[in-house]
Design a protein around this ligand. Structure first.
Ligand code: 5GP
Length: 216
């Protein structure tokens, strides 16, 4: 008799695209989510925007010049990209290969344009979640409170945030990040992640492997 395969088939990682318009409080929620779900890989994007004081090369972003970014684009090294406040932002193919190649889930923290491009590229393998502030008023308050950006940049961010929220229906899930409840919001996202892993189509290989026909 042929020897049975004993290695559990490597499940395919799921791509979770998480968008949080400026002022949604996405930063804190993502920090908690990464603590709650350290097994996922966070894809570090490339950007041409200036590095903020607290940011480190390769941790928040890979910081590039315009020329470098355009070269990456020309070389097909960028999976999706957008221009946001005059700067390029893009998901590196190398990051996706690294994370998905290891069978892990991949988290992408990207804005609406990029989310659409990833959905078109990966279809059902990508699940999109939009995080929003409880209201427009609260969103503006959070943006001013951050103190990292000039009034002009803040105004641009408010306008862009509204445009993004108008596209919420394109997402699979929308979650409200209530004030001072970032943990609950992160837990909600984790529930989505767990539920997506239980989808019957994603369990088909498992059933095939562990309940083989020849054991009937
Ligand atoms: P920030 O300048 O605040 O770090 O990011 C500005 C916006 O760009 C955020 O909405 C963030 O999610 C988005 N962003 C960051 N990286 C990427 C990326 O690789 N692709 C796209 N499309 N958006 C990104």
């Amino acid at each position: 008799m042929e020897e049975k395969e004993t290695i559990k088939r490597q499940p395919e990682g799921i791509i979770f695209v998480i968008s949080g318009p400026s002022g949604s409080g996405k930063g804190t929620v993502m920090e908690i989510l990464r603590e709650l779900y350290p097994e996922a890989g966070l894809a570090v994007s490339a950007t041409t925007r200036a590095r903020r004081d607290y940011e480190e090369e390769g941790r928040e972003y890979f910081f590039k010049t315009r020329e470098q970014f355009e070269q990456l684009l020309a070389d097909g090294e960028i999976l999706e990209h957008t221009v946001y406040n005059g700067n390029y932002y893009g998901t590196l193919k190398s990051e996706a290969d690294r994370i998905l190649g290891s069978g892990k889930d991949m988290l992408l923290e990207i804005e609406v344009d990029g989310a659409g491009q990833i959905k078109r590229l990966f279809g059902d393998r990508a699940v999109s979640i939009m995080l929003i502030a409880p209201s427009g008023e609260e969103q503006a308050r959070r943006l001013r409170g951050r103190g990292t950006d000039s009034e002009e940049v803040i105004a641009q961010r408010v306008a862009r945030a509204y445009e993004e929220i108008r596209q919420a229906s394109l997402y699979d899930y929308v979650t409200v990040n209530e004030t001072d409840r970032a943990r609950e919001c992160a837990e909600g996202i984790l529930s989505v992640i767990r539920a997506e892993h239980m989808r019957s189509r994603r369990m088909a290989d498992y059933i095939h492997d562990y309940f083989p026909d020849d054991e009937l």
